[in-house]
Design a protein around this ligand. Structure first.
Ligand code: ASP
Length: 453
C-alpha cells in the first residue's frame, strides 16, 4: 500500500512539474509577444488598431495552445478593464456637459434626442427580427438534452420600465456620480449644460472648465489605450483557453447562429444606414471603430468600452462632441442590438428544448419583451442572460425551467457575450454618425480621410 501511495506521490509531483514548466513556457512566450507588440508600437506608421487586432488573434491562438494555463495572465486584462472603467464616469460627465454647452442652443437637444431614440428603437427591432428569423430557420434547441444540468438560481427579472424611467431623475447627483448610475448622470449633465448656456456670460468660465476637463480625460483615455493590445491579448487568451472549444461542442448551432446574426445585422442594418442613410463610405466606418470593437469583444462590456467608443467616433469618424457625448453614453446604457438579437435566439432555443409551439402572437410578445429587456440590460458581462426570465415567461416558460437554461448556457456565455457586445457598441456608433450627419455635426473630411488613431 505504502509503495503505491509513494508511486502516486511521484506521479503527482511529475504532473506538477510538467504543468509548472508549461506555465513557465507560457509566460516566456507571452513576454516575447508583448515585447514584439511594444516594438511594433514604436513604428509610427502602424496604427493602434493593427496592434490590437494582431493581439486579439495571437491571444486566441495562445489560449488554444496552452488551454487553462492562459488564465494565469488574465489579471493583465482585468487591469486594463479597470483602467478604462475608471474613465467612464468622469468622461460622461465632463464631455456631456461640454457637449451640451457647445450646442449653444438647448432646443437642439430635442431634435438630437428624438432622432437618437427613434434610431435606437428601429435598429433594435431589426436585430430582434433577425434573431427570431435565424432561430426559426435553424432551430438551435432541437436535439439538445438538458437533463442533469445544474439550475442557476439567481435568475432575476429586469427592472420595470416605469422604475427605470423614474430613476432617471437623481435624488442626489453626486451620489449618482459616485455609484456610476449612467442615466441619472446623463440627466443631470444635460441640465447642467443647459444651465451654463442660459447663464450666458456669468457661467461662460465653468463651461470652459468642463471642456478642458473633458479634453484632459480624453488624453488619459489615449494613454490607457496604449495598453489595449496587452489587455485584449490577455483576455482573449483566457477565454479561448478556458472555454473556447467546450462552447463550440455544447452550443454549436446557437453560437454559429448568433455570430452569423450579428454579422448580418452589422452589414445589412448598420451598413445600410451608413451607406444609404448617411451616404458615407462603409469601409472607413468599420475601420474607424475597429479599436472599440476589439475592446468590446475582449471585455464583453459596452459600458467599459465607452471611453474607447467615444474616442474612435470623435477622432476617426469626425463626429462632433455635441452629438457623440450624448448619443454614445445613452447608447451604452439603453441600446443593445446584439443583446436583443441574442434574447430572440435564446427564447426560440428554449421553446424548442421544452417543446413549446409558438404562434405569431408569441413572436410579437418575444420581440416586445426582448426590446424592453435589452433597454434594461446593464452594459456588463453576461447581464442579459440573467434577465432571460422576463422574456421566457411570456411564452409560458417557468422560472425553474429558465434556471435550467441559464445554468446550461452560462458556462459558455462569454463567447456569445463577446459577439453581442461588439454589435451593441457598433449600433451606438452607427446612430451617432447618422444623427451627426443629419445635424451637420460631422467633419466629413476626417471621416473620409485614411488616418485613424
Ligand atoms: N455584455 C453586454 C454588453 O455589455 C450585455 C449583455 O449581456 O448582453 O453590452
Amino acid at each position: 500500500l505504502s509503495s503505491s501511495s509513494a508511486a502516486s506521490d511521484v506521479y503527482k509531483r511529475q504532473v506538477r512539474i510538467i504543468s509548472m514548466s508549461f506555465e513557465i513556457l507560457y509566460w516566456i512566450v507571452l513576454i516575447g509577444v508583448f515585447i514584439g507588440l511594444a516594438l511594433l508600437g514604436r513604428r509610427t506608421d502602424l496604427q493602434l488598431w493593427v496592434r490590437v487586432v494582431t493581439a486579439l488573434v495571437i491571444g486566441a491562438i495562445l489560449g488554444f495552445v496552452f488551454g487553462d494555463i492562459a488564465a494565469s495572465s488574465k489579471w493583465i486584462g482585468d487591469l486594463f478593464v479597470r483602467l478604462i472603467k475608471m474613465l467612464v464616469v468622469p468622461l460622461i460627465f465632463t464631455s456631456l456637459v461640454a457637449g451640451v454647452v457647445s450646442m449653444g442652443d438647448p432646443k437642439r437637444l430635442g431634435s438630437i434626442g428624438i432622432k437618437t431614440i427613434a434610431l435606437y428603437l428601429l435598429t433594435t427591432l431589426f436585430a430582434i427580427s433577425i434573431g427570431l428569423l435565424l432561430g426559426t430557420i435553424f432551430s438551435p434547441g432541437d436535439g439538445i438534452d438538458i437533463t442533469g444540468v445544474d439550475p442557476y438560481s439567481a435568475v432575476q427579472s429586469s427592472q420595470s420600465v416605469s422604475d427605470r424611467l423614474f430613476g432617471i431623475v437623481p435624488l442626489n447627483p453626486i451620489g449618482s456620480l459616485a455609484n456610476g448610475d449612467v442615466l441619472p448622470i446623463i440627466f443631470f449633465s444635460i441640465l447642467l449644460g443647459i444651465g451654463i448656456i442660459l447663464g450666458g456670460n456669468k457661467t461662460k468660465k465653468i463651461g470652459e472648465v468642463f471642456s478642458s476637463a473633458a479634453e484632459a480625460i480624453l488624453q488619459i483615455a489615449h494613454m490607457v489605450m496604449q495598453m489595449a493590445p496587452y489587455g485584449v491579448l490577455a483576455l482573449v487568451a483566457w477565454v479561448s483557453g478556458t472555454m473556447g472549444l467546450a462552447a463550440l461542442q455544447n452550443l454549436f448551432v446557437l453560437t454559429v447562429i448568433l455570430y452569423v446574426g450579428c454579422i448580418l445585422h452589422m452589414i445589412l442594418v448598420y451598413g445600410g444606414l451608413i451607406r444609404l442613410g448617411a451616404r458615407l463610405p462603409l469601409k472607413r466606418f468599420f475601420k474607424g471603430i475597429l479599436d472599440a470593437q476589439a475592446v468590446a469583444y475582449s471585455t464583453s462590456s459596452s459600458s467599459a468600452t465607452l471611453p474607447v467608443t467615444l474616442q474612435c467616433v470623435e477622432t476617426n469618424l469626425g463626429v462632433k462632441k455635441t452629438v457623440s457625448s450624448s448619443v454614445l453614453p445613452l447608447g451604452a446604457t439603453i441600446n443593445m442590438d446584439g443583446t436583443a438579437l441574442y434574447l430572440g435566439v435564446v427564447a426560440l432555443f428554449s421553446a424548442q428544448i421544452f417543446g413549446i409551439q409558438l404562434e405569431l402572437s408569441d413572436y410579437l410578445l418575444i420581440a416586445m419583451t426582448a426590446t424592453l429587456t435589452s433597454i434594461g440590460t446593464a452594459g456588463i458581462p453576461s447581464a442579459s442572460l440573467f434577465l432571460l426570465a422576463t422574456v421566457l415567461s411570456v411564452i409560458g416558460i417557468s422560472d425553474a425551467q429558465t434556471a435550467l437554461i441559464v445554468g446550461f448556457v452560462l458556462p459558455f456565455d462569454r463567447i456569445l457575450d463577446m459577439a453581442r457586445t461588439v454589435v451593441n457598441i457598433t449600433g451606438d456608433a452607427t446612430v451617432s454618425v447618422l444623427v451627426a450627419k443629419s445635424e451637420n455635426d460631422i467633419d466629413e473630411d476626417i471621416f473620409r480621410s485614411e488616418s485613424v488613431i
